[in-house]
Design a protein around this ligand. Structure first.
Ligand SMILES: Cc1ncc(COP(=O)(O)O)c(C=O)c1O
Length: 375
């Protein structure tokens, strides 16, 4: 079964900046509608219509020819095998009957991001390796790209923003990357990323809107299918949507329901799916890893096609899940990686055999102890 989306569609007329009423931009998707095979159904095809967004970001790096299949994810798995950990999946009686945890916080660099970053770096041409790589990140993709690039002797520049996790910055520098810290928030960081990429000629390794990165992230899903063959529902933390998209591409064809979980005040995928284009927002959440200022076009297209549902959780529900994972499951997770379990604990997920992905564990002792202390 194959999903093929051919796209010439580009987002145009984009600027950067907050809306002051007069500066609100209309962003129009041009080009053809994506075509899907009958097997995938046609209900979620994108409309070609203008969409008003309060403030827009330059999205003109849209993927022009998108193909993500279970075979692509399997190829990614073969490419990165032996270079990343195969993380365990446990059943969790304390979470409930039929509940499981995919412990991806034990991944190299402390999050699933190592999979996609390595898959992308391994595919660079000799010329691209010489030019070096660049990306923007709240910290986990930064660490992962720094690690993957260093392991292939490629130079890495990471755009982060003031207020991002200092522990994640230190780890990123520890892997040998340079951090640009001029940006004041995630939206500004992405605008700066695109400007710096043009100035420097480095290769953009997008944290969540690159099909090769997404295929790498999808290998989490392949391992779940192998380890829990009876799985009917996979619950996944969502920022810009790369992880949930990769898992959906790998697992929905196998008949598994995939649910994206977002913090209620950082709900880029929910907004993007409703508008059928990326909608920018200013995220506010304790889950620092889930502060993408927009969802990727790939996530919106593929999750829309595959019927990925979105569930929202509050910061209090995230803190409760964080404490549950520490005390009952013995997992020292980070807040962003606790959102899937937060949705389960809050009774927002149905399923007989459910796997919640605990997607990372990069948290400072200060933040962890403040959350563990409780309200
Ligand atoms: C630990 C963790 N979980 C989940 C996500 C969400 O991934 P994505 O942005 O691909 O949706 C991130 C993103 O950085 C993350 O760091």
């Amino acid at each position: 079964m194959r999903l093929r989306l051919r796209r010439e569609d580009r987002l145009v007329a984009a600027t950067v900046g907050r809306s002051d009423g007069n500066r609100t931009k209309t962003v129009t998707r041009g080009g053809s509608r994506p075509a899907a095979t009958a097997a995938w159904g046609t209900t979620a095809l994108l409309d070609r219509r203008p969409v008003a967004v309060p403030w827009a970001v330059v999205y003109d790096r849209a993927v022009s020819d998108l193909v993500i299949t279970p075979d692509d994810v399997a190829r990614a798995a073969a490419a990165i095998r032996g270079r990343v950990h195969r993380t365990p999946t446990f059943s969790s009686k304390s979470l409930g009957p039929g509940q499981h945890l995919k412990a991806e916080l034990f991944q190299r660099t402390g999050s699933f991001k190592a999979r996609g970053a390595l898959n992308r770096v391994l595919g660079l041409s000799a010329d691209e390796r010489r030019r070096g790589v660049i990306s923007a990140s709240a910290g986990n993709h930064a660490q992962a790209l720094a690690w993957a690039a260093a392991s292939e002797d490629v130079d890495a520049l990471l755009v982060m923003w003031q207020g991002a996790s200092t522990a994640k910055m230190a780890a990123t520098r520890g892997y040998g990357a340079v951090i640009d810290l001029e940006a004041t928030d995630p939206g500004v960081a992405f605008a700066r990323l695109y400007a710096l990429q043009e100035q420097t000629g480095r290769v953009l390794v997008h944290p969540f809107n690159d099909p090769v990165v997404i295929a790498g992230a999808g290998t989490v899903g392949l391992e779940i299918l192998e380890d829990v063959p009876a799985v009917d529902t996979i619950v996944v933390a969502c920022g810009g949507g790369g992880l949930v998209t990769g898992i959906a591409a790998a697992c929905v064809p196998a008949g598994v329901r995939v649910i994206a979980v977002e913090p209620e005040h950082s709900n880029a995928l929910a907004l993007g799916l409703a508008a059928a284009v990326p909608v920018t927002l200013t995220p506010e959440t304790v889950a620092d890893a889930l502060t993408a200022p927009f969802a990727g076009t790939v996530a919106i297209d593929v999750c829309g096609q595959l019927g990925v549902e979105v569930v929202l959780v509050s910061d209090d529900e995230i803190r409760t899940a964080f404490r549950f994972l520490y005390e009952r499951a013995k997992l020292a997770t980070e807040p962003g990686a606790a959102v899937a379990v937060a949705a389960v604990l809050a009774g927002k997920i149905e399923g007989e055999c459910v796997v919640s992905v605990v997607s990372g564990g990069n948290v400072s002792a200060d933040i962890a102890s403040a959350i563990l202390k409780g309200p």
